[in-house]
Each structure stands twice: as structure tokens, then as C-alpha cells.
Design a binder for this molecule. Sequence first.
Ligand SMILES: *Cc1c(COP(=O)(O)O)cnc(C)c1O
Length: 423
Amino acid sequence: MTFSADEEFALQLDGEDALADFRDRFHIPCGAEGRPLIYFVGNSLGLMPKTTRQIVNQELDDWARLAVDAHLDAATPWYSYHETLREPAARLVGAQPNEVVCMNSLTVNLHLLMATFYRPRKGRCKIMMEEPAFPSDTYAIKSQIAHHGFDPEESLVLARPRVGEFALHQEDIEAVLKKQGEQIALVLFAGVNFFTGQLFDIARITWLAQERGCIAGIDLAHAVGNAPLALHDWNVDFAVWCSYKYLNSGPGAVAGAFVHERHARDRDLPRFAGWWGNDPAKRFRMQLEPDFVPVPSADAWQVSNPPILAMAPLRTSLALFDEAGGMEALRAKSIRLTGYFQFLLKRETSELFTVITPHETNERGCQLSILVHERAKELFQKLEAAGVKCDFREPNVIRAAPTPLYNTFHEVWRCAKVLVEHS
Ligand SMILES: *Cc1c(COP(=O)(O)O)cnc(C)c1O
């Protein structure tokens, strides 16, 4: 696609955008002059859909009206509430419905799934991940290694960017697996790296890991709702994600987990069990059923009864993805939106900054990470003053994530203007 740097062109792209109306479905915070902010931090906390309040109120009303009977008689019965999320969530990650469950938070799910899938033994006790990784993942992994009596310093293997570079080379990931694969129990990789925005070849990493006898787990925090996924076909063993970033389900929203059906059906896998993972037909027989009988699906990893008030927003936010035509339609716009952003920044490839996100469309999601060579904080403040909401990673990286559900080409144009005029 050929772009133009004229403002007219940005407006023309918005005019041709079949998804443009979805912007109106969200509350957009306003800046000092009452003008909507250019909200490029959907990678941190997605905007609130206008229908969310109504759906949370519905659950409050059902609680008031029905109390305990709402478990079965609410407009959406609480007993099987999580089941209403299964299919839309499965569509987003490319899974079968029985492979997906919405529960807990991301790091908790990571621990629960590592309890099943990280089974280190002498000679094969390592976990491989990418650098830089999100700190919560690093803490979770190191604590799991230590929990099993191994040394995190020795057993954490990092695939690193080359000196002076930021994105990882696929061949470097492969080299680590070739060299140490036999000692690695679990490869836990991001789908999209939080810092650089690099989209990894999940299918390939999964295949390589499994070829070496490792389990492949994927952290989709920055990938879900951002890039098309096909977890089932890629044969990923397990995956986890959060729902408050690109999925717009609210602060601390109920997260998600994927377990490939070949594991999900396996009732003999070790796990940390609780009553909500048990066969729902027998759940209320309580003390009469002391033996845990896991449901033969990802639901078996549920521990407690779900927080209905926290789960309600997922119903509206996931429905919006379906309404917009799913990830394929959104990704098509996203590629154009971020491609346009990159075009506008590159035009001036100045000494001012370097985009450290890979330039190839299939190696990135919607986010661009901009490394600012001088006075980075000042530039960030300039963006803030112009009503552009981005985020700043110390010491000098600005992350900007235009999302296809609610951002416009004209917003990208305005943001780029502030960036290139900085000198
Ligand atoms: C956002 C994010 C988290 C956050 O974890 P929570 O358990 O949801 O607080 C963890 N890991 C990655 C990679 C993230 O991007």
C-alpha cells in the first residue's frame, strides 16, 4: 500500500475504514480542553466499552433480586457463567471451545499451568524464555524453578537480542534450542514481546521446542486481541493471557488459559485442583464426593467459583471482537494503521529516534516502540501536552499502540506530527 504524509490522506483512510464506527462503542477519556485523548495505551489498559456498565449492573440487579437463586435463575446463570465466554475466547486464540477457560489473572494462570506442565527432573530442569521478559513472568518462572529445588540462576535460559539490537532473530532462538534443548523442560515464550512489540513465530517455536522434547507454553498478554492466533493448529501445549489490555475488559479483568485438547482430556495430569474444576454434575454433592473428577476440558484447571462481577465485562468486550468480524478483519486494519504510523515516522528517519519494533508486518502487532536518542522524557511530555497518551519505558523508549477497534488514521497522523517535529 502506498501512503501519503498529507493530512487529507489520513482523513481519506478514516473515510474508507469499515470499522470506523466501533470507536463510538467506547468511552474515550478527554484531555484538558475537553478534546478526546489520542489513546495509544490499549496495550496497557484498553478502553471501557459503553455496554460494560449495563452488563455489570445486570449482575448486581440479579444479586439483589435473586441472591443465591441467581446461580441458576439469573439472566445469565452464574453456575455456568464461564461457559458463555468459552466460544468467543476460543475464536480469539484459534482454539476449540473445550481448550479454553476464562479464570483468575495471568500470573496465577501461569503458575497453575506450570504446576501441570513444568515437571522438571534431573538433567531436564530448565525453562527457556526471551529477554527482555515482563517481570511477573520472570518472577513466576524463577520461583517455580526454586519451588522444585533447582537453582534459578542455572536453570533459567534466556534467548537474547544481539548486542546493539532489540528484536530477536529466529535463528538465535533456534540456536539456543539446538544447544540446550535436551536440558530444557519448558519453553515459555511471549506471543508478542511487551517491550519491542515483536511478534514471534509461535508455530515455529512450538515445533522446535517439541522436537527437542520440551513443552511449549505461550504468554499471550500482548498478542491476544492484537494478532491472529491458531493455538490448536500450532499444537501449543498451553497458553495464558490477560484481558485488560487489547481485550478491553477492565482493570484486573478475569484472564484466560488454553490447554491443548490432547492434554485437556487427560484426567491423569497432575494439577492443583479445586471444586470448580470438578465434574459440574457432581459439584454440589460436596462431602459425598471426596474424589476429584476433573472435567475433560480446560475447565478442569479452574479452582474456585468465578467472580461474576469481574467476569461480566468480558461478555461485552469479547462480543465486540465478534461483531467487528474477528481478528482477521481487525488485523487487516491494524496492519494498515501501524504501517501508516511507521511510514510517517520513517519518512523523517532522523537522528531523533529509531523504531525498534521489527518493520516486517508479520513480525509485529499494532505497537511501535520508539527509542528516542536525546531528551526522551521531554518528547514524551510533549506528546502528553498534545493530548497523546503513550507510555514511557525507562530510560528512553516510548511505546505507542494504535488499536484497530477505536483508533483512527488521523490520530496516527497527529501523533506522528508531534514526534517528527521534535528537535
Ligand atoms: C501485562 C502482563 C502481565 C501482567 O500480569 P498480571 O498477572 O495480569 O498482573 C504479565 N506478563 C506479561 C508478559 C504482561 O504483558
